[in-house]
Design a protein around this ligand. Structure first.
Ligand code: FCB
Length: 539
């Protein structure tokens, strides 16, 4: 229903557009596209040019009980940090992302191969850093293309010996250091042999759209689980289906570089939902070894980006309705499918239309835990900010609107309460919860300690309310290549020397270590952290 012609940046307010395009995790352009896609009518105007403070989450409200003076975390809680293969490794030229970088698609000109953290060459350093900072778990992704560089390798099941060895070494060393791995099988990047190799062919089926990709992915899941199941119990099939299509099919800032093709974007989300379910089954069948002695051979889920959604104008019922609708589409559509088996074909929020199924046996119960990535809040307006031209002008939604909240270097609002809200919402699915990502871009490390303590406090409070949270992974272990934004955003607990790769702990590590090792956090500790300072935004 859409066309790439829509992405003419001159059509938009430059500043908000830049912020929205900054990162798919911003998630707000998605608002426009999903609403447009399901044929929402234009909302009537109830304009306000002031910047109202948000009120009333569109999802589950946090309980209004008084904040506890101290929160505690259960014993055995996984304290970790996260990375993704393409963002921290180097020297893998066989992914769609390597090709994307090689084709000059990163405005800064950065490449993980030049001055990147080179994690596979620094396994010992990184594990030492995890240990010294009190971490007991590590989330990373195994690059499918490093293990199977060509389609022939994959078809013949002749993996690259070095590709296999380096991940086996990493996993063995983690085990020796008593650090539990949580392994992601596809974190955005795909083998380039799943695309046609020509980035000009963005309109041709690429990656997930190729008819054979879901079954090849399932085979990848089987093989990875068979090969490493003796060392891994915690698996995430796919990272963030919605930000993935936002980057790849709406903003065009991720491969395959398709702009504002709403039909394809949601088609890919649906493909990923079914592929996740098939991968879940594959891992359950192939990983039969209980690596960590907890009595269960595998815990399988995905890493799902969740956000809070607020009406930009609290007085506007249109904004409130739009926020609530987005909350469903962004937070619940996918989880309803793979946890409850409820398939909403036309995304209208009901399960009674054509193609809808409730309790679909091919989808239901395909998660043993919920992996939640939480970063920020979304203000939703039907009248302010980003104005998308036809055919999306049926609805106008905006992210990162002016608020008095502190901001990260990415311009994202810092909104710790939202973590409690998304965890309360996730808890309604009745599964253990792992925070698989949470963090901020903060190049000077001036805000990370406070951010961490405030978010961990909210998490501890959610646990006190009864939410079954069993782990927290900070994004990221080390500064890394932030996709379309290159090296500028600094998300790491650790920095590294761009020439030697030598790691250094940032000051904020002490805050993380204190909570991870004591298992508790007081409001006094949070209050004692340095106040937020203005961000230093990337150029
Ligand atoms: C998430 C991605 C992760 C990283 C962080 C900042 O959306 O999963 O790879 O880019 O944002």
């Amino acid at each position: 229903m859409t066309t790439g012609v829509i992405v003419q940046l001159g059509c938009y307010d430059a500043d908000p557009m830049r912020r929205v395009l900054d990162h798919p995790g911003g998630g707000l352009l998605a608002a426009a596209f999903v609403l447009a896609m399901v044929g929402q009518p234009a909302c009537s105007s109830s304009s306000s040019s002031a910047a109202p403070e948000p009120s009333g989450d569109a999802g589950v409200e946090a309980e209004a009980a008084a904040p506890p003076a101290e929160v505690t975390f259960p014993s055995g809680f996984m304290w970790g940090s996260s990375t993704a293969g393409f963002q921290v490794e180097k020297g893998d030229s066989n992914t769609d992302w390597s090709q994307w970088v090689a084709n000059g698609k990163i405005a800064s000109g950065n490449s993980p191969d030049v001055g990147g953290p080179d994690a596979l060459a620094h396994i010992d350093d990184d594990i030492a850093d995890m240990t010294s900072s009190g971490q007991t778990a590590y989330r990373f992704s195994i690059e499918w293309a490093r293990v199977y560089p060509t389609m022939a390798d994959f078809m013949n099941d002749t993996p690259d010996p070095q590709g296999v060895a380096v991940y086996t070494t990493l996993l063995q060393k983690l085990q020796a250091a008593h650090i539990k791995p949580l392994v992601t099988l596809v974190h955005f990047s795909l083998p380039v042999w799943l695309s046609d190799g020509n980035p000009a062919n963005g309109s041709q089926p690429q990656g997930w759209e190729r008819p054979q990709t879901p079954s090849l992915f399932t085979t990848w899941c089987t093989r990875a689980a068979k090969r490493w199941g003796n060392l891994v119990d915690w698996w995430a099939t796919i990272n963030e289906p919605l930000p993935y299509v936002l980057g790849g099919y709406v903003q065009g800032s991720f491969p395959p570089g398709v702009a504002l093709d709403l039909t394809r974007a949601f088609a890919v989300v649906k493909i990923e939902a079914r592929a996740h379910a098939a991968c879940y089954d594959a891992i359950k069948a192939a990983d039969t070894v209980d690596a960590d002695g907890d009595g269960k051979a595998s815990w399988v889920s995905l890493a799902k980006h969740q956000r809070t959604f607020h009406p930009y104008d609290p007085q506007s019922s249109d904004d409130a309705a739009a926020a609530s609708r987005l909350e469903y589409l962004w937070n619940r559509w996918f989880l309803n499918a793979v946890v409850k088996g409820d398939w909403d074909e036309n995304l209208d929020g009901s399960y009674t239309g054509p193609g809808d199924v409730m309790g679909d046996p091919t989808l239901i119960h395909r998660a043993d835990y919920l992996g939640i990535n939480y970063y920020s809040d979304t203000l939703v307006s039907t009248t302010e900010g980003l104005r998308l031209p036809a055919p999306v002008n049926a609805a106008v939604y905006q992210a990162n609107m002016p608020t008095s909240r502190p901001k990260t270097d990415f311009g994202w609002d810092i909104y710790p309460e939202g973590l409690g809200t998304v965890v309360d919402e996730a808890a309604t699915y009745g599964l253990p919860i792992v925070i698989t990502e949470n963090g901020l871009a903060d190049a000077r490390d001036v805000n990370r300690a406070r951010f961490l303590l405030e978010h961990l406090y909210q998490l501890g409070w959610a646990i006190q309310r009864g939410d079954p949270v069993v782990g927290y992974f900070h994004w990221a272990l080390v500064d890394n290549f932030e996709w379309a934004n290159g090296f500028c955003p600094h998300f790491g607990l650790f920095s590294y020397d761009r020439t030697t790769g030598a790691r250094s702990a940032k000051g904020s590590v002490a805050a993380y270590r204190s909570v991870a090792t004591s298992g508790k956090l007081t409001t006094a500790q949070v209050a004692a952290a340095a106040a937020y300072r203005a961000p230093q935004e990337c150029p």
